[in-house]
Design a protein around this ligand. Structure first.
Ligand code: AMP
Ligand code: MG
Length: 339
């Protein structure tokens, strides 16, 4: 390409980047990388630009507090120094994770980090540990041996925390709070697949969210919803294939130390609060379909979509009529769960 043409092309490309964010006064969008994933926020109404910029700043702040690898983070301090004082929001999020861990009988296990690390999910050094090694590491995982007192987190010195199962959900709640404080009346917040919605679309219709096919590319269908959080967990994300062809995913069954393998391909939780959706999507994925539906019957307050490896999509009654199966996935059977 001639130099002048290259210059023109570069100018056009720059315009495109800027124009993709060119905004009317009450509309603003941003895409960015944080918490190890791609995030985007589109906000409408009020002071949308100020709201989105403050939310991005808040997410970056939260990443610094909650990262397992950043040596300056609260979580790193707790995991490496034993009992430690942390910031108020870290203490509250740990207390929340411990509460869900208790309610789910340890399916959510915020102390799973030593096991996760042995599989190399955090270091990108993926390997298959031996059962003996996992059994040793499981001795260091037990949420009942962690407590939060004010802003002080107490735990044994050899234990480590990982809030990876709830951090993005909490970041979604914080983003929603900041956007609402800035007068935003409509927003689509997508934090690496964790969706949080403020109101409906600017034209008043519901948002249309594609539900990912955990067994392939594309979506199994569309969920039409407003004003809620929608969070999916599945072992198809961040998985690796061992030499013998076995695929291992990043969500660990805290009973065995092995990646979950219970017939569920994905769990989507729909409720008002992002951190609840995030915590429960991980925990219900660990529990498997029967225990997950039993947990929902006894606790309520949220809806779920479970996709199983035998071609079923189980949807609870609060959202059953909001889901439309994709025509190319008509081999899957959709079942509404009414109790
Ligand atoms: P999510 O994508 O929200 O389901 O969270 C998965 C992340 O949570 C993993 O990448 C780990 O960091 C962490 N994790 C894996 N297994 C568990 C578990 N049983 N309980 C709590 N956190 C877990
Ligand atoms: Mg989660």
């Amino acid at each position: 390409m001639k130099k002048s043409h290259f210059g023109a092309a570069l100018f056009a490309a720059l315009c495109l980047i800027l124009c993709s964010c060119a905004q009317t006064p009450d509309e603003y969008s941003a895409s960015f990388f944080a918490m190890d994933t791609i995030m985007s926020i589109s906000a409408y109404g009020g002071n949308a630009e100020e709201g989105v910029k403050s939310a991005v700043q808040r997410i970056n702040e939260l990443e610094k507090l909650l990262s397992v690898t950043d040596e300056k983070s609260d979580i790193y301090a707790v995991s490496h120094n034993g009992s430690t004082e942390v910031s108020k929001e870290t203490a509250e999020l740990i207390a929340f994770a411990l509460d869900i861990a208790e309610k789910t009988d340890g399916a959510l296990e915020p102390t799973i980090y030593p096991v996760l690390n042995a599989w190399g999910f955090t270091t990108n050094n993926k390997r298959v540990p031996t059962t003996e090694e996992l059994n040793e590491l499981l001795k260091k995982t037990d949420h009942t041996r962690v407590s939060v007192n004010g802003n002080t987190v107490n735990l044994d010195k050899d234990m480590m925390l990982d809030l990876g199962a709830v951090a993005k959900g909490y970041a979604g709640d914080e983003t929603e709070r900041i956007l609402r404080e800035n007068g935003v009346t409509s927003a689509l917040i997508n934090l690496g697949g964790n969706i949080q919605l403020i109101g409906s679309k600017p034209d008043g219709s519901d948002w249309r969210l594609g539900l990912k096919d955990p067994a392939g590319a594309g979506n199994v269908g569309v969920l039409t919803v407003s004003d809620c959080a929608v969070v999916t967990s599945g072992n198809y994300e961040r998985s690796f294939t061992a030499d013998d062809g076995t695929v291992y995913g990043h969500i660990i069954d805290p009973e065995s130390g092995y990646p979950v393998d219970n017939g569920l391909l994905s769990v989507t939780v729909v409720a008002k609060e992002g951190k609840l959706c995030d915590a429960l999507s991980t925990a219900l994925f660990v529990m498997g379909a029967d225990r997950a539906l039993e947990f929902r019957r006894s606790n309520g307050g949220f809806d779920v979509i479970l996709i199983t490896d035998d071609g079923e999509i189980l949807i609870t009654d609060g959202i059953a009529d909001k889901f439309t199966l994709d025509a190319e996935h008509s081999h899957l059977s959709v079942k509404a769960i009414t109790e």
